[in-house]
Write a protein that binds this ligand. Sequence first.
Ligand code: PEP
Length: 244
Amino acid sequence: MKKIIVGNWKMNPPSVEEAVSLARAVAEHVKHPMFNKNVEVVLAPPFIFLYKVYETLYGGKVKLAGQDVFWEKAGAYTGEVSPAQLKNLGAAYVIVGHSERRALGETDEIVGRKLTAVLEAGMTPILCVGEPADVRERGMEAAKEFVGKQLEVIEHKVFEGIIAYEPVWAIGTGNNATPGDAAEMITLIKSLVTSYRLPIPVLYGGSVTSGNAGDFLNREEIDGLLVGGGSLNAEEFGEICRGA
Ligand code: PEP
């Protein structure tokens, strides 16, 4: 199976010019003849940069993702972005339930509505799950129970999307999970959720760098990476992608 590497730019960079030049530099890495054809690279810029990044990437191999989405199709929802609008700007994927969204009040119910909306619009959701630090401190079994509960948003346990296991304590902290623990959790996730196009891809995210990416990507249980900070520098992100 192809490894999938998603760069989540979060609320970066500060200008559209920088967004375009970052996207162009990533596309150059992916275009290189030596670049591993079995790696799918996806960029998730802020909404306001999507169109320019789409133009920059047009005709190339790098795919686009939204960082979030609203669940309604259209209407009076000031400040929100609909699945159809994202698709129209070239997004093939949408991140749903990122822990930074959950920290701002996004509930499992909202996550579930967003998953349905993304699937109905014909895009692929990337559902983020992961336990907070206080749960992980109680041990791996507590973490598994927490993640298992988060996966209950998936109706009938069938999911035509991607899941990213992102322990909250590992995001942006420099404190990554061990590849062994990540693989163990990912194996559990794969046992709890199925898809009509088995096997379901499950990524790891949390303080991935060019120094540790290969350790995750070399594990056959781990189908790719969701990278935040490490995706904001094209050289570093290129190195991470070459780790596959
Ligand atoms: C993320 O944004 O999902 C993430 C994992 O961030 P970082 O790589 O910076 O930990």
